[in-house]
Design a protein around this ligand. Structure first.
Ligand code: PLP
Length: 490
């Protein structure tokens, strides 16, 4: 007789395992502040030693959890920690982890409406909330994706289908040289090759210049090409710049082009009275990338797309098969697989739904406003440090700067600015990162982790101030010794 393997656990075993996992996770979260902000990520040899064949026999959970929490989790950037001011933070709110657990444990099929209509309606509600917050009309439809990159990919598909039909090659897409690299990647995935993507050089404020955009469109039309889409950015990754969204919306309307806004970093600042005017024009876009795993503080793995004309999103993805049930009211009810490339998938909407239901929208508005206020405070104090030159003040909650001193060359400044980011981070409490933009290396601070509060801004200033003092002393000594060696050579 063949063996009858039993993959089920008893109720008692499941309770014990859930308690063990919950205990580890909660310990991890409550102990985030003292954890080093940058784990030991120089781990090549360690990773080589980790390679192993699939085990023939299973192991108990506890030793696996020991390994995970002792050896693997700490070898990473502490992205959920309050001192994480690098790249674009988010944090990872707890209700979303609960939602993932529920979604995985109940394992219902939410790819098609008929298989779980009430659960799919929760996802549709969550998308409608995003739509309302962003000021998009009721005709809009949306899609939860794994992140901003996939949202932008689906937006470019819609634009392509709407404007180019089957003949893709003449189509040209416009963006700025400060756009996230996912735009180029998304265009390529959608069949728009890099030689048909125009990265217009940004202006002095790192924004997409409307005049330059108009000129590029005119040049391409004159050359017989087919301009079809502009991707602007509501908060660039390098400097946090918000492109002139309203002026770009005017231009795309008059040129008959699709306007996609990449709001992966900045769109949730639309929730706050202070920052909404900065994003003027965002709600006129044809489509919008959102990243709830940034501005809504969800764990990684949740992006979202809104498309103003929901029919365009449906047209890009509609497909069926003889084995699938027919959708009874496609106009009224949302069907995820008819609005995106996935059929089988997880249940991303539950994370957003449960999180918003548990906190309420007011908490998000307050948290986003707090991040903005903290960024302004950090900006004022960093700008006052000796030898700091601000390159980009915060449009939203990110600002960029470099280090200088009398006699410093651009290359000296780049080295010193990079050292400032590295040394601040190596002090262990605050992680910051830099970026190359417009020919120089910029330091940057981005406040968007929900756990970041005033104490972390104080720590940033202490650690960056101390690192800067060391660098300035060393630079001055370096210049002095260069002067001495020049003297000696005479
Ligand atoms: C402005 C911007 N757009 C797009 C992305 C890509 O988003 P994701 O990493 O969620 O795919 C990022 C990521 O940081 C971003 O900052």
């Amino acid at each position: 007789m063949t063996e009858r393997p039993d993959l089920e656990f008893t109720a008692a075993q499941m309770h014990a395992m859930v308690d063990a996992v919950a205990g580890r996770c909660i310990d991890h979260i409550v102990n985030l502040p003292p954890q080093p902000i940058l784990g030991d990520v120089g781990a090549e040899d360690f990773c080589r030693r980790m390679r192993e064949d699939a085990p023939e026999q299973g192991s108990p959970l506890e030793p696996l959890l020991d390994q995970l929490f002792r050896d693997y989790v700490p070898r990473s950037f502490t992205t959920p920690g309050p001192g994480y001011l690098a790249y674009i933070p988010g944090g990872g709110v707890f209700p979303a982890a609960l939602a993932d657990f529920i979604a995985d444990a109940t394992n219902r099929y939410t790819g098609i409406w008929q298989a779980a209509p009430a659960l799919v309606q929760l996802e549709a509600n969550a998308l409608d909330w995003l739509r309302d917050w962003m000021g998009f009309p009721p005709t809009s439809r949306g899609l939860f994706t794994t992140g901003g990159s996939m949202a932008t990919f689906n937006a470019i598909l819609c634009a392509r289908e709407r404007h180019l039909g089957p003949d893709l090659r003449p189509g040209v897409l416009y963006t700025s040289d400060q756009a996230h690299h996912s735009v180029l990647k998304a265009a390529k995935l959608a069949g728009i090759m890099p030689d048909r993507v125009r990265a217009i050089p940004c202006d002095d404020a790192y924004r997409l210049p409307v005049a330059g955009l108009g000129d590029a469109i005119a040049r391409d039309r004159a050359a017989g090409l087919v301009p079809f889409c502009v991707v602007s950015t509501a908060g660039t990754t390098n400097t946090g710049a918000v492109d002139p969204l309203a002026a770009i919306a005017d231009l795309t309307a008059s040129e008959g082009l699709w306007h996609h806004v990449d709001g992966a970093y900045g769109a949730f600042f639309q929730l706050c009275d202070d920052t909404k005017p900065i994003l003027r024009g965002l709600s006129r876009a044809d489509s919008l990338t959102l990243d709830p795993h940034k501005g809504m503080f969800l764990p990684y793995g949740t992006g979202a797309l809104l498309v103003r004309d929901g029919a365009a999103l449906r047209a890009a993805h509609e497909a069926t098969a003889g084995y699938l049930p027919a959708m009874p009211h496609p106009e009224e009810f949302y069907d995820p697989s008819q609005h995106g490339p996935d059929l089988s998938r997880g249940f991303p909407g539950l994370r957003v739904w449960l999180t918003v239901k548990m906190y309420g929208a007011a908490v998000f508005r307050a948290a986003v406003a707090e991040k903005r206020a903290l960024a302004l405070e950090a900006f004022r104090r960093v700008a006052a440090l000796p030898g700091i030159v601000i390159d980009a003040p915060p449009d939203l909650s990110l600002f960029a700067f470099h280090v200088t001193w009398p006699g410093a060359t651009l290359s000296d400044e780049d080295v010193a600015t990079r050292a400032l980011m590295d040394r601040t981070t190596r002090r262990g409490r605050i992680m910051v990162s830099g970026a190359a933009a417009r020919g120089r290396y910029l330091g940057r601070v981005c406040v968007l982790n929900f756990r970041t509060h005033t104490a972390e801004i104080d720590a940033l200033l202490e650690d960056m101030g101390a690192a800067l003092a060391d660098i300035r002393e060393e630079s001055a000594a370096g210049l002095e010794s260069q002067g001495e060696s020049r003297e000696a050579a005479r």
